[in-house]
Design a protein. Structure first.
Length: 171
């Protein structure tokens, strides 16, 4: 029915010519959709600790690399692990701490890193890698933050009993 209507609207057109024209139009539409799609920003899905990356850093990264960052945060390794283990997220980059990296490697939850795409891996200090026993060759992870947490008390100000009932003494 449509071919007939179009055929009558365009004098001298044959059915074969009409089909060829429609095929060309479909092909042009496909090509245009492909090229239009190329202008869309790629998306990078990141799952990181709460408060680790300022919004200004993400915005600068998005501008510099013409990418849209979808940034989710977690408050604990347990929260992160549960979400990833249950199939949630589909993240490109996840930031577990060292103890969870080893668990996630053993459970095949992490993909192998293509090191050829990260030339600045050579800038990771061997001293830091010495402590990355869970993945010393950086096959699944790259050290991001390195440090230790502790409690320091100035006993000159707080001598005596702590609120936890511990005796504070000078060392």
């Amino acid at each position: 029915m449509i071919e007939t209507l179009v055929n009558h609207a365009v004098p001298g057109r044959t059915q074969k010519g009409l089909r060829s024209g429609m095929a060309v139009m479909c092909l042009l539409s496909l090509v245009m959709s492909i090229f239009t799609g190329c202008e869309k920003k790629q998306q990078l899905y990141i799952y990181n600790w709460t408060y680790y990356t300022p919004e200004s850093v993400i915005e600068k990264f998005e501008k510099e690399f013409n990418v849209r960052v979808i940034y989710d945060e977690f408050a604990s390794n347990e929260d992160m692990y549960a979400k990833i283990k249950s199939g949630g997220g589909g993240y490109d980059i996840v930031f577990p701490s060292a103890d969870y990296v080893s668990i996630m490697i053993n459970q095949n939850m992490l993909e192998r890193i293509d090191k050829s795409k990260i030339p600045n891996l050579t800038n990771i200090s061997p001293a830091v890698l010495k402590y990355a026993e869970y993945d010393p060759n950086m096959n699944y992870s790259v050290p991001y933050y390195f440090g230790a947490a502790g409690v320091v008390v100035n006993i000159m100000k707080e001598a005596g009993q702590s609120s936890a009932g511990m005796t504070l003494t000078a060392v």
